[in-house]
Design a protein around this ligand. Structure first.
Ligand SMILES: [Zn+2]
Ligand SMILES: [Zn+2]
Length: 346
């Protein structure tokens, strides 16, 4: 089968590999029907994910059909349509039992697919702990509707859940990239009073304005004054930092009102400064990510009932054989790209 592979830092290649087989009794083999490209894949390509193993098939956001299950898999059978969870977790350790599946103590716990074990930019993928890592897709929900469930929507949903958003709150969201837009939809489900999106790219601000007309948009330079002017208590009640750019962390806490919750979803290229003397007395609560991606069934129900819809984020579709061109477009942020769907060549 064809599998897009991390050869070495700076180089991915589409290689012919054997189809994966069941290695453990809790594994499933999934025939990938739609995969996506994620910014984290670019981080692997650029050598900035030290855990990534050269030779691994990349891709960690996909949907497909179960082909085979191990003898200990209880909730799935061949033929089931499933969303694949970005995270691998056993469901039994201390962290899993508390819902903190990102810190599952299994050696492959957390983000392993497409990083440490073969992922889904391929025709087939082996998924460990299939009862935890696969979620059946309800009838009536298409592959395109379900594509982002296991990674970006899981992240956005988790971020919105932990941010303690109350009705009427002013919520500031930094970053309107793919993760930011998924987070935005999940924040809107919590019915805050007002949502402000801060985003430097005018194309992305326009996308937000077109698709979410109830949301206010601002560029970073104007954000502190704009947020003060549009909130009741001198700053945002809740801030979600999904941008991960050079100045976005400091903007996040500066735009927060005293006693606000600041949720940091972003992954940074460099250490960030937490200037405690400057923020003394502001009494902020910081929450930090890695997603605990164990709510995929809830997310799929929200999609099935029409409350979440991320299909507009999928701006391009490429066949697997042209995946290098898809990466080129995604990496160069050409042609207004937000998310790319990859179809197997069949
Ligand atoms: Zn990802
Ligand atoms: Zn676990």
């Amino acid at each position: 089968m064809l599998a897009y592979t991390y050869v070495k830092p700076g180089q991915f290649a589409l290689l012919e590999k054997p189809r994966p087989t069941l290695l453990h009794d809790r594994d499933a083999i999934v025939r990938v029907t739609l995969a996506s490209i994620c910014t984290s894949d670019l981080h692997i390509k650029h050598g900035s994910v030290p855990r990534a193993v050269p030779g691994v098939t990349v891709g960690h956001e996909m949907v497909g059909v179960v082909e085979a299950v191990g003898s200990a898999v209880t909730t799935l059978r061949p033929g089931d349509r499933v969303a694949v969870n970005v995270e691998t977790f056993c469901g039994e350790c201390f962290f899993c039992r508390n819902g903190w599946v990102n810190n599952c103590t299994d050696p492959n716990g957390g983000w392993a697919l497409g990083c440490r074990i073969d992922g889904g930019q391929a025709e087939y993928v082996r998924v460990p702990y299939a009862d935890q890592g696969l979620t059946p897709i309800p009838a009536g929900v298409s592959d395109r509707q379900a594509l982002l469930v296991g990674d970006l929507l899981a992240t956005g949903y988790w971020a919105a859940q932990i941010s303690e958003i109350r009705p009427g709150d002013t919520v500031l969201l930094l970053g309107a990239g793919p993760t930011g837009l998924c987070t935005l939809q999940c924040v809107l489900l919590q019915q805050p009073g007002r949502v402000i999106v801060c985003e430097p790219d005018p194309l992305r601000r326009r996308f937000v304005a077109e698709h979410y007309p109830q949301v206010l948009c601002v560029e970073p330079g104007q954000a502190p004054a704009f947020v003060r002017a549009n909130s009741a208590h001198g700053g945002a009640d809740v801030v979600l930092e999904v941008a991960g750019s050079r100045d976005s962390f400091s903007l996040a806490w500066q735009c927060a009102r005293p006693n606000a919750v600041v949720t940091v979803v972003a992954l940074y290229d460099a250490p960030q400064v937490l200037p405690l003397p400057e923020m003394y007395g502001k009494n902020l609560t910081f929450k930090t990510g890695g997603v605990d991606g164990c709510r995929c069934a809830d997310i799929l129900s929200l999609i099935a009932s029409g409350k979440l819809d991320t299909t507009a984020l999928i701006t391009h579709t490429f066949p697997l054989r042209d995946i290098a061109a898809a990466y080129d477009l995604f990496e160069g942020r050409k042609d207004g790209v937000i998310k790319i769907a990859v179809t197997p060549d069949g």
